[in-house]
Design a protein around this ligand. Structure first.
Ligand code: TXA
Ligand code: MG
Length: 310
């Protein structure tokens, strides 16, 4: 496994690895991704195995140019409007598939497509001159990685290369199925539902994606009384770690910062750190469900053993 850096010579190396069917992890503006040539079925097969990903869970395809979307999928009017407004960026559209191999789409006739705004995946797919798959670079079920160290902690030496660099948002892309009317939100994410609603009339899916396996019991506290409730809890349970916006508690606290943006950027790192502190419970201060706060709370609910609303 090679560690590469965001310099031209290393990007070239990474493209060579992709060209010969290798697997490379890289930062994107949302979270770390791990990819290969979307048309190399053997490489995709190996990627499923390395991620321990169930074969019925399809992969997102990442493109470097808008024209490419029209080649691989059917773009209807709603899709066109969203592509004009949000691509490149952190929105994934589910479209009718034209060309992507069935192993990538898990035999569905639909394909998930996004065009990252981060320069590293853009350069990789453009220089390869093919789409690449862009799933999050974690073992299936683990929290998404936002730093190269998280990728190493999940995969060890098993990938062919990891490009070291920064993610910018910290939460995965928003997934919207535009093959149905009205379009259906399948995963809240980096592009807020409010922003999407300004352009399209959407319906929130009943069965949203996502489930994170945290190895320590996690309790989420929401509402006006959250701080007081966490303080009370800490008096009874000493071996706890708190994930909070600022350190107002006694004992172990991991700060995620006071803005929605800093909370998003630090959340997955905080969850991984908290797991490694030897605590027997993780207590998390929730945040208001507006803007990216909606996606943050969705990830927390999907990680929690218990949600305490006070
Ligand atoms: O921000 C992101 O989207 C990151 C970065 C690295 O690109 N990727 C990411 O991929 O979050 P992943 O594999 O962790 O999540 C993709 C989700 C999965 O829940 C998968 O089931 C869904 O997208 N998906 C992919 N293709 C689909 C399809 N054809 N139909 C329905 N859902 C699909
Ligand atoms: Mg994932």
């Amino acid at each position: 496994m090679e560690l590469l850096y965001p310099v031209e010579s290393d990007i070239e190396k990474a493209v060579k690895i992709l060209r010969r069917g290798g697997i490379v992890a890289f930062p994107t503006e949302t979270v770390y991704g791990v990819g290969c040539d979307a048309f190399n079925e053997e490489a995709v097969e190996r990627l499923y195995e390395l991620k321990k990903r169930p074969k019925d869970k399809p992969l997102i395809v990442g493109v470097g140019k808008v024209e490419e979307i029209y080649e691989i999928a059917e773009v209807n009017e709603v899709a066109e409007k969203l592509i004009k407004n949000f691509f490149p960026g952190s929105l994934t559209l589910i479209l009718k598939n034209k060309k992507i191999p069935s192993i990538v789409t898990a035999n569905s006739d639909k394909v998930a497509v996004r065009m990252p705004s981060h320069e590293i995946p853009l350069k990789l797919t453009r220089k390869l001159d093919k789409p690449i798959v862009v799933p999050s670079a974690n073992i299936s079920g683990r929290p998404s990685p936002t730093k190269f160290e998280h990728v190493i902690s999940d995969f060890g030496e098993n990938l062919d290369a990891i490009i070291v660099g920064d993610c910018n948002i910290g939460i995965e892309s928003t997934i919207l199925d535009v093959t149905v009317t009205p379009p259906k939100l399948l995963r809240p994410g980096a592009v807020s539902t409010d922003l999407l609603r300004k352009l399209v009339d959407l319906e929130v899916g009943k069965d949203l994606f996502g489930q994170y396996e945290i190895s320590v019991d996690l309790f989420v506290f929401t509402g006006k009384g959250a701080e007081e409730e966490i303080k009370k809890f800490l008096k009874r349970r000493k071996n706890a770690v708190v994930i909070a916006r600022k350190n107002i508690y006694e004992g172990n606290v991991i700060e995620v910062g006071e803005t929605l943006e800093s909370y998003a950027m630090n959340l997955f790192d905080a969850l991984r750190k908290a797991e490694n502190m030897g605590a027997d419970v993780i207590l998390v201060e929730g945040i208001e469900e507006k803007g990216i706060g909606e996606a943050i709370m969705h990830r927390l609910y999907r990680s929690a053993r218990n949600v305490i609303r006070v």
